[in-house]
Write a protein that binds this ligand. Structure first.
Ligand code: SAH
Length: 284
């Protein structure tokens, strides 16, 4: 289980009317030979072997990490994945390269292994989730990142909600939580750490009740069902983005209305690692 959080843009059947978008996104970083993709993605990419790369790997390797991160953001903007200035700004500010091991091609649009049967989600999935949550990540708001992994999105959330808000990452693998803290401390979010940005080792299915309710909840692993604790910890007016399912998964957008009722819609099909017990994850 090594490939997660693949956006449906790589998995859309070729007869789908949004195929054009799939093709443009797929060719965005096609120059890479380092895909860690699900077979379905590989299949789609192999159909695109005549696509000329728009950004060459040479560029990825020969310029500084800040430049590479900036170019990744520009590409995601060009292909309509990043739609807002707000999301572009935060993804420029938080250098993705600081959240993976140095030998990982950080700026390629693919999920990458981070150990413990987990991956960092692909840049387009991070961008998609930030776009979906941006109105609920205003300065002063509260955000919960369940299955925070590398800490990348927790850091983005912390920057967006600012020092008056709060961003909490919960991760059940202690080594990944420590890794994420090291990463956050190297990033532009470092000054917020343990002021308004927290990482806790716990079972994310229970959320983090101490700082609830949250305006925004992001879940970075696929739950068989939406955990009740997370619904309870979502503020009225708040939004949760969560992949739901086992083999077939949908990215669900859940809005809690002011009267406490829920509206649930499917954004796209995805493939994430499961939101499960620590033992089950380590067994693979
Ligand atoms: N958004 C993260 C995704 C990491 S992959 C990133 O891009 O870096 C999903 C993460 O969920 C893994 O780190 C995994 O260890 C974690 N996870 C899975 N089940 C969990 C659970 N029950 N509680 C907390 N974390 C969990």
């Amino acid at each position: 289980m090594h490939c997660v959080a693949l956006g449906s843009r790589f998995r859309i059947p070729l007869w789908n009317p949004v195929r054009k978008k799939a093709l443009t996104v797929a060719k965005l970083f096609y120059s890479s030979s380092s895909y860690h993709c699900a077979p379905s993605s590989v299949k789609l990419l192999s159909l695109l072997s005549d696509v000329r790369p728009l950004t060459t790997m040479e560029n990825f390797w020969t310029s500084g990490s800040v430049d590479k991160n900036k170019r990744m953001v520009e590409s995601l903007q060009r292909y309509g994945i990043i739609k807002s200035k707000k999301v572009a700004e935060v993804m420029e500010k938080i250098d993705r390269g600081l959240f993976v091991q140095s030998d990982t091609p950080a700026y390629v649009d693919s999920p990458m292994q981070i150990g413990y049967n987990a991956t960092i989600s692909a840049p387009h999935m991070h961008a998609t989730c930030l776009e979906l949550l941006k109105e609920h990540l205003q300065p002063g708001m509260r955000a919960l990142d369940v299955g925070s992994g590398t800490g990348y999105l927790t850091a983005c959330f912390a920057i967006m909600v600012g020092p008056q808000g709060c961003a909490v990452g919960v991760e059940h693998i202690p080594e990944l939580a420590s890794f994420s803290i090291e990463n956050i401390k190297k990033s532009s979010a470092s000054s917020l750490f343990e002021g308004s940005l927290w990482v806790h080792v716990t079972d994310g299915r229970l959320g983090w009740a101490e700082l609830a309710p949250y305006d925004a909840i992001h879940v970075g692993a696929a739950a068989p069902e939406i955990p009740n604790a997370l619904i309870e910890q979502l503020k009225p007016g708040g939004r949760m983005v969560i992949p739901v399912g086992t083999i077939l998964q949908d990215l669900k957008v859940i809005d809690k209305k002011l009267d406490g009722s829920l509206s649930i819609r499917t954004e796209t099909s995805v493939r994430y690692v499961p939101l499960t017990s620590k033992d089950a994850q380590l067994r693979g």
